[in-house]
Design a binder for this molecule. Structure first.
Ligand code: FES
Length: 566
């Protein structure tokens, strides 16, 4: 027997007799019809995540065939295996609660099963970070295949794409500008093909980040899910996984301080999702690389927004791909990137950018450096006595007239309180007030849902108000927009000052100064803290119990304490 087993000989089940273990494994493998010739090949595992509860992955069977084709043609045996799949709209209380579970599933199944390399097939919001986190921790050669974005639909001649347009039309419906019949028609045209949300939401942001980190084939982040190029990318990804066998270029090597900074630059230049800060922090954290919000601000000051896609701009992901995609963007950012960072093909980022120059660029979608959409990055971190460990504002999707402002707090103590009172005609609220939502952070019962996009109270929305300052410890969908301060850390359920805000308090927001300040004196806050305990009850058992014991704050990527390397 070899010293370094390969293929199905890797990691034999322990029966106390190695030869018996191999004989037994081979006999079970043969029950699946494999020949001796096939069982002698190295194995590429394929982490396969279709699910009847995940619309974004509905084309994965076809993609899987293409990956397998690539693996077989390159001389290895492809074996797919299921892991948890997270379909954004189908999980309660929120998909984020299960991201770490999926990362554990991925890590353990990659490590426990016999494979020389692995292809990670992901797409919908949390699946990409979960798989990357798991792959970094597993330390096996790995390459990711992104599922790709949906194509847009049409309604009365207008292009529609999930989910910025979902929110736009819902706001119009709440304001009485769109009727019941129309909203039902729109519902059927927002998400019409396989693939992830059609705008630069969290899924597309994470796809671009995966490319910036060097974890997918160059140029493949933005290929639409149903485009034939996506199938060709799948085949090529399978072939690349075979090349990776025996390589020392594992995800924990590829993901390092340089590639994480490259990913932050890309996140800022695409006006990407706020969620990506949490996910990138968690992925980098698994490789022992801290992501500091102060550093994010430094990078934000020197990274222009170049990509004109919703929710920040006008286009959709299919336009980004047709415009030249990630290769063009990375080339525009070249002088800001660490070009010596290694990517999964075995090249440096600089070598990759030399080799795949494009001959046409749609400048209405990807701007030149000399004429950016915004001179500074799309995201900014805020600090102050309301958020000692930071909060995030997506300034590129916000109303800049609200950036330097003081307002009166109108407090909702939980999501249930918000749902019960936000449309109450007697709610005491004015356009200049700051809406505050407590108890929606990672330590709360609701596990940090995307509810930071607090609805404008109906009494103000019907008068035409489109935006106001909203502050919470929750997240916001990558497809949403507004002057929304998120991820306030520490969160209220872990004793953060957000839980001490009371109706009528004054709060000052200054984007210029990167600050968010509760204008209440220290002595009063101490008094309130002494009588405030928002710690939720510990669930008695199961994953909920593990989550409650181990969850870390947004500034640590909401990973589990025991999963972060020491
Ligand atoms: Fe899957 Fe939006 S629902 S990416």
């Amino acid at each position: 027997m070899n010293d370094r087993p390969t293929g199905i000989e890797i990691g034999l089940t322990n029966y106390g007799d190695k030869d018996f273990s191999l004989y037994l494994r081979r006999s079970f493998a043969k029950s699946m019809g494999y020949s001796n010739a096939m069982l002698a090949k190295p194995v590429v595992g394929i982490a396969y995540t279709p699910s009847g509860f995940n619309n974004c992955h509905r084309h994965f069977p076809e993609l899987l065939e293409a990956v397998k084709r690539g693996v077989l043609a390159a001389g290895a045996l492809p074996i797919d295996f299921p892991t948890i799949s997270l379909g954004e709209g189908f999980l309660n209380p929120t998909s984020l609660k299960f991201r770490n579970l999926m990362s554990m599933d991925t890590e353990e199944m990659v490590r426990a099963q016999p494979m020389d390399a692995v292809v990670l097939m992901g797409g919908c919001d949390k699946t990409v970070p979960a798989q990357l986190m798991g792959a970094v921790s597993a330390g096996r050669p790995a390459v990711m295949l992104i599922g790709g974005p949906m194509m847009t639909g049409r309604h009365h001649g207008e292009r529609l794409g999930a989910c910025t347009d979902c929110r736009r039309f819902w706001a119009q419906y709440r304001a009485g500008k769109v009727d019941e019949k129309q909203i039902n028609q729109i519902e059927g045209n927002l998400a019409t093909t396989a693939g992830t949300c059609a705008v630069m939401g969290t899924a597309s942001t994470m796809a671009c980040i995966a490319e910036a980190l060097g974890m997918i084939l160059p140029g493949t982040a933005a290929i639409p899910a149903v485009h034939a190029d996506r199938l060709r990318a799948a085949e090529a990804t399978g072939a690349l996984a075979v090349k990776l066998i025996g390589s020392k270029l594992t995800p924990d090597v590829i993901i390092n301080q340089k590639s994480v900074e490259n990913a932050l630059r890309v996140l800022l230049a695409i006006g990407g999702s706020t969620n990506a800060i949490i996910h990138l922090t968690a992925i980098a954290g698994r490789a022992g690389v801290p992501v500091s919000l102060q550093r994010l601000n430094e990078l934000s000051d020197t990274t222009p927004v170049l990509v004109n896609l919703k929710p920040v701009g006008n286009g959709y992901m299919e336009d980004f791909y047709a415009a030249g995609g990630m290769g063009v963007l990375l080339r525009e950012l070249k002088d800001l990137l660490h070009l010596d960072a290694m990517i999964v093909t075995g090249e440096t980022l600089g070598e990759r950018l030399e080799s795949d120059a494009v001959d046409w660029i749609d400048r209405s979608v990807i701007a030149e450096r000399k004429s950016p959409l915004e001179p500074q990055g799309g995201l900014v971190a805020l600090f102050g006595n309301l958020a000692p460990r930071g909060a995030i504002l997506k300034r590129s999707a916000a109303d800049s007239t609200l950036f330097e402002k003081e307002g009166r707090a109108v407090v909702f103590t939980s999501l249930a309180d918000l749902a019960a009172r936000v449309d109450d005609p007697d709610l005491d609220i004015q356009p200049d007030d700051f809406m505050v939502l407590q108890n929606a952070g990672p330590h709360s019962d609701s596990a940090m849902p995307e509810s930071g996009y607090l609805p404008i109270p109906k009494k103000l929305a019907t008068k035409g108000l489109k935006d106001m300052v909203r502050i919470s410890d929750a997240r916001m969908s990558g497809t949403a927009f507004g002057t929304i301060v998120l991820h306030v850390t520490p969160d209220s359920a872990s004793g953060g000052p957000l839980g001490l805000v009371r109706n009528g308090d004054r709060i000052r927001l200054s984007v210029k100064e990167r600050s968010i300040t509760l204008l209440v004196d220290e002595a009063e806050l101490k008094k309130r803290a002494a009588v405030t305990d928002l710690t939720p009850e510990q669930p008695a058992r199961g994953y909920a119990n593990l989550y409650a014991r181990e969850i870390l704050g947004a500034d640590q990527g909401c990973d589990f304490n025991f999963l972060v390397p020491r």
